[in-house]
Write a protein of this length. Sequence first.
Length: 203
Amino acid sequence: MSQKGVPEMSSITTIAGMFSKKAVVAWALVAGLLLAVALLPKASATENSVVTLEASKSVVAIDPGSESSFLGESFTTIAGAIFSKDLALVSAASIQVDLARTPYGAKKVAKEILFNEYGFKHVQYACLERLWTEESNWRYKAHNKRSGAHGIAQALPANKMDVVATDWRTNPVTQIRWGLRYISIRYETPCKALSKHKRSNWY
């Protein structure tokens, strides 16, 4: 500072230098922000294009009409085999029911179940054949109006057969299965059940 209160040139230069440095820094910050704003959409667009490209690479064209293209040949083959097996079982069961609607057919079905599922032999079937001939003559619609016994095995009360299936009124196979189950639980064998029937006229 001069004696007259006028700043010296060195002081002015120093102050000017300080202001110019601050201005340069400020303008640099502003320019940086503007540049970032300007480049941001381009960067986003570039990023989106990369994501889109990667996504397109991961997409596999699938024929909507082809199960094997989506699930695989082996899965389709297995599913088809299972479906065919189930269909065959349903068809066999339906044939069995239709067959058992006649006394002759009911005997054949009962014999098959008795041998294959219970492991009994011809002696036991002979006892069963005689027992149910006396009870219902192997007619699935047989009904005792006095007691209420119903079906081939003459279940009493008839709704006992619900334990096997609720279609016992129309399904002779349900009646046969219930009758064999009842004999197995209560008498063990058809011949023992027949012996009881001979003594008491019921079993």
